[in-house]
Design a protein around this ligand. Structure first.
Ligand code: ZN
Length: 433
């Protein structure tokens, strides 16, 4: 089970405060006693131990492949955080560990492959780059990652420019009172299929918020020039919710780049474990500090409630839940290795989706049933399929491994191409597929 993360910032801040307090005492003594008395006082003191600042531990992202349950348990015990959504004995798992724990992984024969040598340095570099972009403003809105305020403004602008094609509404609100924005696009044909595309259930998966926004943007703006898009938009009543978890998303911008859950009670709930199919099962946790804490009960969170209510009200039939990372196309079940009743249809459609993605930039996305790797109970996708009867896919976007959640901004556009291709491919599915 992943532990709650401990940042090196905590230790660093403590060391700084101690140094500050020592300096403060010296000043007070000097002011009160006068220079001579202060010197006498200092000389008379036994030599103070020299405070050697200890370097804060570095947090490293590694990939290991535990061969059995014992190795997996060791890896998880050392993990400050688990980045892999899907893993199990014999398959790779991406973890964050302190650099000091690398020898223990090596000694156990786990041969850690370093993905990111210092995840906090990477986050700082990203923040510095984004701050620069605020000043220089790239011409392309998708040339840089955007926070919730900027995404909201982008959606508002789209709805204002193309009112004949798109409308914007809040389908609910977050714990901290942020709106869960949804765009409703197209659907003029009487037989239009209701479809939902959402992103950023998990806060740190910024590319999922960008791709979902970008997909909506392109469907609306390229309608007149692209026959495939026009056909899709006319025959699909599409609901797009770019940021399902706005509180967590904003927190990942302001305070902790690697935050995953919503902000319930400060500890957070993993929204993608809070849905009612197999709630409480394997691959979810009852521990509040866990990254996969499922919440007190199914639909305990306003964000998962809002999605549930939208899906029921609109009788959603097709669904894509965008996440990152791993380049995977996943279909139910996620909670059990037992094959879904419609497994063959899922596999055929998933193959079509992965092929459409590959055709964009030659990027390989691997097709799997979610639980082929490791069970995750209480997911949105399983609920969409099991309760709402929708054809639902979870797509883990770029990268495959590498930099994890921090993706170079040059990859936003090509990843958007892949997301759009996936949505169009699923949209072309007929009930007989
Ligand atoms: Zn995710």
């Amino acid at each position: 089970m992943p532990n709650a993360r401990r940042g090196p910032h905590d230790l660093f801040a403590w060391a700084q405060s101690q140094r500050g307090r020592i300096a403060e005492r010296g000043w007070i003594a000097a002011l009160v006693l006068g220079p001579l008395a202060a010197v006498t006082w200092l000389v008379s003191l036994p030599p103070a131990p020299v405070a050697v600042p200890t370097a804060p531990p570095v947090r490293v992202a590694v990939r290991v492949t535990p061969s059995d349950a014992t190795h997996l348990a060791l890896a998880e015990a050392l993990a400050l955080d688990v980045w892999s959504e899907n893993f199990g004995p014999g398959s790779p798992i991406d973890l964050v560990v302190h650099d000091g724990d690398l020898p223990r992984l090596e000694a156990a024969g786990l041969q850690p492959e370093i993905l990111v040598p210092d995840i906090d340095a990477v986050a700082r570099d990203e923040a510095a780059r984004i701050a620069q972009a605020e000043i220089h403003r790239p011409a392309d809105w998708y040339g840089e990652f955007r926070d919730f305020t900027a995404i909201t403004a982008r959606l508002e602008d789209l709805a204002a420019r193309y009112p004949e094609r798109v409308s914007m509404s809040a389908i609910g609100g977050s714990i901290e009172g942020r709106p869960l924005w949804a765009l409703r696009i197209g659907g003029t044909a009487p037989d239009a299929t209701p479809m939902l595309v959402n992103g950023a259930q998990h806060a740190r998966e910024w590319i999922a918020a960008m791709v979902t926004t970008c997909v909506a943007d392109r469907l609306v703006r390229e309608y007149d020039d692209n026959p495939a898009i026009r056909d899709f938009v006319d025959h699909t009543e599409l609901w797009v919710v770019p940021v399902v978890n706005p509180d967590g998303y904003q927190y990942s911008w302001s305070s902790d780049r690697y935050w995953r859950k919503n902000r319930r009670g400060g500890h957070g709930v993993d929204l993608n474990r809070n849905f009612a199919v197999a709630f409480g099962g394997a691959g979810s946790s009852s521990a509040k500090r866990s990254e996969i804490y499922r919440g007190e009960y199914a639909f305990s969170e306003p964000e998962s409630q809002a999605i549930r209510d939208l899906v029921r009200r609109e009788s959603i039939a097709l669904h894509v839940d965008f996440h990152s990372y791993g380049q995977l196309v996943l279909y139910p079940w996620n909670y059990t290795a037992a094959p879904a009743k419609h497994r063959d249809r899922f596999a055929a459609l998933g193959d079509r989706i992965a092929s459409a993605i590959f055709a964009e930039h030659g990027t390989g996305y691997t097709l799997k049933a979610g639980a082929q790797l490791y069970a995750a109970a209480g997911t949105l996708s399983d609920w969409m399929y099991g309760e709402a009867g929708a054809t639902s896919f979870t797509i883990e976007l770029r990268p495959k491994g590498g930099s994890g959640f921090v993706l170079p901004p040059e990859q936003i556009r090509p990843t958007c191409d892949e997301g759009l291709a996936a949505v169009l491919a699923l949209g072309s599915a007929t009930p007989s597929d």
